[in-house]
Write a new protein. Structure first.
Length: 317
């Protein structure tokens, strides 16, 4: 069975094509800016302009025609309304059997599918979401999460404040790499199993404005602090549940330092650390296709978006 997946929840329009064994194509066009953040209507316009060429490229990479596609999967949410509308329009145009997929569940399913992790605690660190998750009783249960913004949005906000543009994650990561690794003390906010970033953001902006610190060292200290916060909660979830696998997911998990710290934590607990490839962790169509293929049972649905659907709203059958 060949499934074509459409990702269009935010900054990225992606089409992935998979069969039961492997990814045949994973093409995307990402909306970026030089200085400001995402403007939802502009991102949607970007997707409208690019979807046909992304589709053609994906079919050509997979060496198939649209006739060979058995199933279309699309991201139904969570996401930005105008971008989700583009996904619905493309599903209509393709006129195939289809299934709607939750974007967050897709991040997790794609990682499991690729790494073959069996029963992991998942650290899902992306733009809008930051959750520590484990699968129990037919659902992904959220053990801990951010109390305010997602870790990626936090990183992007600080990068935007520094005039670095969107997405800020890779830019701050490069800055950190070129720092002299002088740790500047920052607020470390873990409350029970949850984390919070807004106070840290205010503090970083004040330090940046004071001109007393090198921006490279601010980037370095920010990374050390937030990744330690995330891994403290992930490690506690592993201890509570007795699970001995950690699986990373979401765009922020592309970060080299987070990967390094995750491996160290797992080594200390004699646990396994699973890290999917970057192309599957950033928003992409293949993760939607993999998830659609797994959950499609031949049921007819209506094409709809669920802009606020949470990871733990989804019943996994
Ligand atoms: P969600 O999945 O919660 O809806 P999203 O789809 O916007 O959010 P992803 O595409 O999974 O998020 O991830 C995008 C985020 O990843 C951005 O905030 C970006 O700055 C961040 N990011 C990408 N690469 C890196 C990196 N190397 N280091 C840190 N952050 C990164
Ligand atoms: Fe995402």
């Amino acid at each position: 069975m060949i499934c074509l997946g459409i990702e269009s929840t935010a900054h990225t329009f992606g089409i992935g094509i998979v069969n039961n064994k492997k990814v045949l194509a994973n093409v995307k066009a990402a909306y970026t800016t030089k200085s400001g953040g995402i403007i939802p209507m502009d991102a949607a316009k970007h997707h409208e302009k690019n979807w046909k060429s992304v589709l053609e490229q994906a079919l050509s990479d997979a060496k198939i025609s649209l006739d060979d596609v058995d199933l279309v999967a699309y991201s139904r949410g969570p996401g930005l309304g105008p971008c989700l509308r583009v996904a619905r329009e493309v599903v209509k145009e393709l006129n195939k059997p289809f299934i709607g997929v939750n974007h967050c569940v897709a991040h997790l399913e794609a990682g499991k599918w690729e790494t073959k992790a069996k029963d992991p605690v998942l650290l899902y660190a992306s733009g809008a979401n930051t959750q520590v998750i484990a699968f129990e009783g037919g659902k992904y249960r959220v053990f801990g999460e951010t109390l305010d913004m997602g870790v990626g949005n936090f990183i992007d906000s600080f990068a935007r404040y520094m005039g670095l543009g969107f997405p800020g994650g890779p830019k701050l990561s490069n800055l950190s790499d070129s720092s002299d690794k002088e740790y500047i003390k920052l607020p470390y906010v873990v409350k029970g199993m949850d984390v919070s970033f807004s106070g840290l953001l205010t503090n970083l902006k004040q330090k940046y404005d004071s001109n007393n610190y090198k921006k490279e060292n601010l980037a370095y200290s920010m990374q050390e602090t937030i990744f330690a916060m995330l891994l403290e909660v992930a490690e506690r979830a592993m201890a509570h549940t007795g699970k001995n696998e950690l699986l990373l997911g979401g765009g922020v998990a592309c970060n080299n330092r987070l990967q390094e710290m995750s491996k160290l934590m797992c080594k200390g607990r004699k646990a396994k650390c699973f890290i999917p490839s970057n192309s599957l962790m950033l928003d992409n169509g293949a993760m939607i296709a993999v998830t659609g293929l797994k959950f499609y049972k031949g049921k007819k649905e209506i094409i709809e978006s669920k802009p606020y659907e949470r990871t733990d709203d989804v019943k996994i059958e």
